[in-house]
Design a protein around this ligand. Structure first.
Ligand code: GUN
Length: 286
């Protein structure tokens, strides 16, 4: 039997509707600021979808684009100055830097400049998390999206093995921590020699590489749950994941691209913006 597809779009629509109703009750329209550096097609798509989703549910969206043509000489310092300005802008409740950014920049250093209270992506790395007594660090939307996708399968995943194929610790480390909290054994691997020996052991296979159809049927354990976080442009407005669609013949569950993890990630991002705006509103009325 072919894999069941996890309909991220449908799951996301329900959450968005609930958010829209809650946002309508706020005294002030919350705002999300997004910084896009470079011309990565998947990032441009993500930013477009984030903007559309914000408009749909009543959030303000402030976009700052530094394209390869429009801002070829932008420096890390200038990006940091922009973040610092947004950190102190009362109209902005959350800030994101869309990843990946060009290799000449240090992504983690840039993200770490986002004020903790506005880190809606939850990608800041904190040296001493225990020193933050009164602040709940937000969970990354990408992690929440994967959790929601796994939950929708209604499978008991305790004691199962997950393999994450990813080159960036910004994504893979919080993902590992989150899965481990649910008693799942996790291994992070890079797409290097013999990696398929590892993928074939995975009950849950998570891939975020940006390489079209990289995961083939032969690399997947029968009945695995496969979570595809790749977004690759394959034609005009046509997108493909990191997982070959033929994997559906061996997996038990699969997130489609488009329509799987993408819409869920966008939705959980907006939820984080709402949660912060609510918190800011409360702290100002006290
Ligand atoms: N690139 C792919 N997914 C994400 C995400 O959730 N946040 C950011 N900032 N960049 C991404």
């Amino acid at each position: 039997m072919p894999a069941q597809l996890i309909d991220g779009k449908a799951l996301a629509e329900k959450i968005l509707l609930d958010l829209k109703n809650k946002i309508a009750k706020l005294k002030r329209r919350p705002g999300l600021a997004a910084i896009l550096i470079g011309d990565d097609p998947a990032s441009i798509l993500y930013i477009k979808n984030k903007k559309l989703a914000c408009e749909k549910i009543g959030l303000n969206f402030h976009a700052y684009f530094y394209g390869n043509k429009t801002a070829p000489n932008i420096t890390q310092q200038q990006i940091i100055e922009m973040i610092s300005w947004l950190n102190s802008d009362d109209k902005v409740d959350g800030i994101i830097v869309q990843l990946p950014i060009p290799k000449k920049f240090n992504s983690q250093n840039i993200i770490n400049k986002i004020k903790l209270e506005k880190d809606v992506d939850g990608f800041r790395r904190l040296k001493n998390i225990n020193s933050l007594v009164n602040y709940d660090v937000l969970s990354p939307p990408l992690i929440e999206a994967v959790k929601a996708a796994l939950k929708s399968t209604s499978q008991n995943l305790s004691g199962k093995t997950a393999v994450i194929i990813c080159n960036s610790p910004i994504f893979s480390e919080p993902m590992k921590t989150s899965l481990e909290k649910n008693n799942i054994k996790v291994k992070i691997i890079k797409p290097e020699k013999n990696f398929s020996e590892e993928t074939k052991k995975a009950d849950i296979l998570i891939i975020i590489l940006g390489k079209k159809y990289f995961i083939k049927q032969s690399m997947v354990k029968p009945n695995a749950i496969v979570i595809d976080i790749g977004t690759n442009l394959i034609g005009k407005n046509k997108w493909a994941g990191d997982v070959d669609p033929k994997v559906a013949q061996v997996a038990s569950w699969l997130t489609p691209v488009p329509g799987g993890i993408g819409p869920l990630t966008v939705t959980y991002l907006l939820k984080n913006v709402y949660d912060l705006a609510l918190k800011n509103q409360k702290s100002k009325t006290i």
